[in-house]
Design a protein around this ligand. Structure first.
Ligand SMILES: *Cc1c(COP(=O)(O)O)cnc(C)c1O
Length: 392
């Protein structure tokens, strides 16, 4: 017996259950088409909603910044890693989103790990949507606060949990995903805000899949619901629609100032690189110049979903460009994904524990980078594989 035998057994178990993650290698820039493991395939997998990950203006901005400012920040933000580009990025993000202040982090994941433990601790309670993202859950656990889950997207359940629990704790926080990435549904933030306001509780939304997607010209979920100035913390990512890498907390200036003092990934992990910051700034320029890419994303999504429904697929409850294709059991979803890949379409199968047991699916990520001919090619492949496997 070796001390790692248990890991080998666990891995074998995952493989037998069809839950083992086979990680593909991308050999081309991000775009509508990718070279994956040597094969050119249509990209239905990435979060490159606006096609910015390889946009010429953004690439040029990153190159120029490297030529003048170098690559790495060589320090954490609070020691010597805050460069003029980081400060400019935070100012521009705050203006773009119409909030008092913004602070950036290395990723959306670290933004959550920074924010939640800075706002609540052992004597406090967090009301958390049952389907919140892993990084929210980890942030909640790190805080040491009592975590009370409420039913998914259910403000009534939230209020019930608040009335049952609030009085036993010092402070409270309500936290929800903005767009739920597995189903593509949107949190009823207007209703959740009403509840938070009635009980005077801090409200935090993680809008990773809404940043650059929802609201006017991609200004996010707070803009989508017209809740400017009412949501205390809006977490976003610069790693999805923005096409780069990074996280942001936008909102209340006092909270942003507090995160500069107490956000542990800000204090103890180095700042994002020069080209990252410059590329994010160029992404804001593009989004502020025109809503064309965001409009294209939504028209592509509408077209693809309508055609999938015509073919007889169940695309679930999505209200966003995220298009789940519900299949049931994980092995079927994996088989479907493999056959799509053989037909030249790269679309990911998602199974337990990413989604609940029996709710395995293929998730199609639509992008403004897709042309209608690309979407048509994808639809043909879905039709062929769906018939072959008896799904439609
Ligand atoms: C993707 C995602 C994150 C992580 O963002 P990164 O910038 O990739 O770390 C956080 N929260 C939610 C809801 C996400 O969907």
């Amino acid at each position: 017996m070796s001390k790692t035998d248990w890991i080998t057994q666990e891995l074998d178990g995952l493989k037998q259950a069809g839950l083992y993650n086979r990680i593909r290698t991308i050999e081309s820039p991000q775009g509508a088409w990718l070279v994956v493991d040597g094969k050119k395939v249509l990209n239905f997998c990435s979060n490159n909603y606006l096609g910015l990950a390889n946009h010429p203006d953004i690439v040029a901005a990153a190159k120029k910044a490297v030529d003048t400012m170098g690559v790495g920040p060589a320090a954490v933000r609070s020691i010597a890693g805050t460069m003029s580009l980081h400060v400019e990025l935070e100012k521009r993000l705050a203006a773009f989103k119409g909030v008092e202040a913004a602070i950036t982090f290395q990723s959306g994941f670290t933004a959550n790990l920074a924010t939640i433990p800075a706002l609540v601790g052992k004597e406090d309670v967090i009301f958390s949507d049952r389907l919140n993202h892993a990084s929210i859950i980890d942030g909640c656990r790190l805080s040491g606060a009592k975590i009370v889950a409420y039913e998914h997207n259910d403000p009534k359940s939230l209020e019930e949990q608040i009335t049952a629990n609030l009085s036993q704790f010092r402070r409270a926080l309500i936290v929800t995903d903005g767009v739920f990435s597995m189903d593509g549904d949107i949190a009823p933030l207007d209703k959740i805000y009403e509840v938070s306001s009635k009980y005077d509780i801090l409200l935090m939304v993680d809008d990773a899949h809404g940043e650059g997607v929802l609201g006017k010209g991609g200004r996010g979920i707070v803009d989508h619901f017209g809740l400017h100035g009412k949501v205390d913390v809006e977490v976003g990512t610069l790693s999805k629609a923005f096409g780069v890498m990074g996280g942001v907390v936008a909102g209340n200036a006092v909270i942003v100032e507090w995160l500069r003092q107490r956000g542990r990934p800000f204090l103890f992990s180095s700042a994002v690189t020069v080209p990252d910051a410059a590329a994010c700034l160029a992404a804001i320029d593009l989004l502020e110049d025109s809503t064309q890419l965001v409009d294209r994303l939504w028209s592509n999504a509408k077209y693809f979903k309508a055609e999938m429904a015509n073919l007889g697929f169940n695309t679930g409850v999505s209200e966003t460009p995220i298009t789940p294709v519900m299949l049931g059991e994980a092995p079927l979803a994996q088989q479907f994904s493999r056959e799509l890949f053989d037909a030249g379409v790269f679309a990911m199968a998602l199974g337990f524990p990413t989604v609940p047991q029996g709710k395995a699916r293929i998730r199609v990520m639509i992008s403004a980078a897709h042309a209608i001919v690309d979407l048509d090619q994808g639809l043909d492949a879905f039709k062929k594989v769906g018939k072959n496997l008896g799904v439609i």
